[in-house]
Design a binder for this molecule. Structure first.
Ligand SMILES: [Zn+2]
Length: 312
């Protein structure tokens, strides 16, 4: 009996050890590739990170999911970016784009929209009130923000609602590279955060303004670096989704009927994104969120309500 328990314990420890090593690798492994001479992308467990090399050092867009990861991203970014970090930009408030921030010292210049900061306070205050309080975005804007570092221009723009109500896109002006944040999931089904102001109905128009910018290469929030063609295809899918949800709401179709009758075309080849037991972004998820918005079943939070803590 005692021997059996001992064997089970050894097997369990071995299994847990293997799981821990697997998770550690999943979290810390980073890949990177050059987009232009001055812009690189870092891929890993979380949103894509862009690094701009300037004469003075690195500009980093988004920081992935874990503080441990953030430290590795910072080291890699400062190698790719030619020196110490001059500024960080957060495209939106989601943890898989911001929680690495705490790897940068308090006082680092961190750009985001005012609404992103408000959503951080509203939806993720436990993280940002703790030891990460020093790396919350501290340079906030509403519509447009230009940073001039050495001979480079980093232009952050808020162009409308979509994935959340506060997403910015970053244009590396001289390199003609755009980081879209999660306004664009390349060949993947998107997350749609209606509670934080996301909107399927307005998303395609927002992408119209994105497509009007001067750029050649695109770093999406998730998925491989690409060009305008994939972004256009994603816009077509979002437009198709919005139109279908509007029709379904007008016809007073139930969610089940809406899911069953969906006949979408522009998501051919899209992959679902999921972490078991946590979330799954697939076709049904996208249709459900579009239906919830079109029928008014889900409303964005009112940021003006007093329950907003606002004491970061
Ligand atoms: Zn996101």
């Amino acid at each position: 009996m005692g021997r059996k328990v001992g064997v089970i314990a050894v097997v369990l420890v071995a299994l847990l050890g293997t799981l821990a090593i697997y998770l550690y690798n999943r979290i810390t492994v980073l890949d990177h590739e050059a987009v232009t001479d001055s812009v690189s992308v870092i891929y890993g467990a979380g949103g894509n990170v862009a690094v701009l090399r300037t004469q003075r050092g690195a500009v980093v867009v988004d920081t992935m999911t874990f503080p441990l990861q953030g430290r590795r991203i910072r080291a890699l970014a400062e190698r790719l970016g030619g020196g110490p970090t001059q500024a960080v930009v957060n495209t939106h408030y989601h943890p898989d784009h911001t929680h690495g921030n705490s790897a940068w010292p308090a006082g680092t210049h961190i750009v985001a929209t005012e609404r992103t900061r408000a959503y951080l306070e509203r939806f993720d205050s436990a993280f940002w009130e703790g030891r990460s309080a020093g790396s919350v975005p501290n340079d906030l804007f509403t519509d447009r923000h230009d940073l001039r570092i050495g001979d480079k221009t980093v232009r952050s723009l808020y162009l409308g609602r979509g994935h959340t109500g506060g997403d910015l896109v970053v244009l590396f002006v001289e390199d003609r590279v755009l980081h879209t944040g999660d306004l664009f999931f390349n060949r993947r089904y998107p997350n749609i955060d209606l509670e934080a102001g996301g909107s399927v109905q307005q998303w395609a128009e927002t992408l119209e303004r994105v497509l009007a910018l001067d750029f050649d290469r695109v770093i999406p929030g998730h998925g491989p670096v690409t060009d305008r063609a994939d972004l256009l295809e994603f816009q077509r899918f979002i437009a198709e989704l919005a139109e279908y949800a509007s029709k379904s709401a007008a016809a007073e179709m139930s969610l089940e009927e809406t899911l069953a009758a969906a006949d979408l075309e522009h998501d051919a080849g899209f992959e679902p994104m999921s972490i078991p037991f946590l979330f799954r972004f697939d076709r049904d998820f996208a249709i459900r969120r579009a239906w919830e918005e079109a029928t008014g079943a889900v409303q964005p939070v009112d940021l003006a309500t007093p329950e907003l803590s606002g004491n970061l």
